[in-house]
Ligand binder design. Structure first.
Ligand SMILES: [Zn+2]
Length: 338
């Protein structure tokens, strides 16, 4: 069902769905194009990024989808590639633009969490900085050339190479129209959990992608599935199905065969860290329910002694867990949703 707010959003963009992205030129209704895009920014003159545009025969909303903000989240990257190939411009209303891998340096080097050129986590520095380092310029270009020009933004992620994860979406918590639309779209996407957050999960210079979108009036969310450096096809399907549900909800495609899925909304997302460095031995699994104070694992020294017991700081559900046993001091261990 299209809500009143959504209807006005749709109405406002009926005219210009072919000319939103200067870097792609004017798109032609009813065509799918492959672009090699060099992002603006002095540091970014290294390698063009593949972008696929699907310009529908009929007017409608403009949706921008990217994956590969983290280069080792392969189900997300594969889902973006498949969406780029499978959407039919003959039957699409509106435009879908897909960038399968933003952080190409991390993809080629199989780096976890960061871009290897400047060791920054791109999803902690939105909206970026045109005079900053490589990652800051990359994020700035993504924000301004793509995300801010869309009517809806979907950022595909998953557990990184060293993380197992329960599929969930994240959007900004709030009462504004854009926050309500983001929650609506994230819920339509249909992963088991939707987290709403109103503060940075980690201390950082900037924000996560969807916050920069919301600040620019663009409803959007992160959708996460898969992990541990594998290409899990069930996770790919969960992400592509979610995108089809959103496009169906926006009346951009007609796909009644996809049954709606109910997501549980969680409003608290706590990340747990070790105090000490060593080997991490968890005794809980992803999707397990925890009670506050419960022992969830320990850190051992490289002599085999237990040097730290890890207890749950709150009751909730394990949404992701670090699957690599090597942990540094203050190393990330798991995320709990409540
Ligand atoms: Zn990620």
């Amino acid at each position: 069902m299209v809500t009143k707010g959504m209807k006005s959003m749709v109405d406002s963009v009926l005219k210009d769905h072919l000319s939103r992205f200067p870097l792609l030129g004017k798109l032609v209704a009813g065509t799918r194009q492959e672009h090699q895009v060099t992002l603006p920014g002095r540091a970014l003159n290294d390698e063009p990024r593949p972008v696929i545009s699907i310009a529908g025969k009929n007017p409608g909303p403009v949706v921008f989808i990217n994956a590969g903000v983290h280069g080792g989240e392969y189900p997300a990257i594969e889902a973006a590639i498949r969406i780029g190939r499978s959407l039919d411009p003959e039957t699409l209303s509106g435009t879908v633009v897909v960038m399968p891998v933003l952080n190409l340096p991390a993809f080629w080097k199989r780096s976890i969490f960061v871009c290897p050129i400047d060791d920054l986590n791109p999803n902690r520095i939105f909206p970026g900085d045109p005079e900053g380092s490589y990652s800051e310029q990359m994020v700035y270009a993504l924000t301004n050339e793509f995300m801010a020009r869309a009517d809806c933004y979907i950022d595909l992620h998953g557990g990184d190479i060293v993380e197992g994860l329960v599929p969930f979406s994240i959007c900004r918590k709030g009462q504004s129209d854009v926050d309500q639309k983001s929650l609506e779209l994230a819920s339509v996407f249909g992963l088991p959990f939707v987290l709403t957050v109103d503060r940075p999960i980690q201390p950082s210079k900037g924000s996560m992608s969807f916050v920069a979108g919301a600040e620019r009036g663009v409803p959007g969310f992160i959708a996460e599935a898969g992990g541990v450096g594998q290409l899990q096809f069930d996770a790919v399907d969960q992400l592509t199905d979610g995108i089809y549900r959103v496009l169906n909800h926006l009346n951009m495609i007609d796909s009644p065969s996809l049954a709606p899925k109910i997501s549980t909304v969680l409003t608290n997302f706590e990340w747990m860290y070790s105090e000490k460095a060593g080997m991490f031995y968890p005794i809980v699994q992803i999707n397990e329910s925890l009670t506050e104070g419960q022992l969830v694992g320990h850190v051992g020294s490289l002599f085999g002694e237990t040097i730290e017991e890890i207890h749950a700081p709150l009751s909730g559900r394990v949404l992701f867990i670090t699957t690599s046993p090597a942990v540094i001091e203050h190393g990330l261990l798991m995320g709990i949703g409540a």
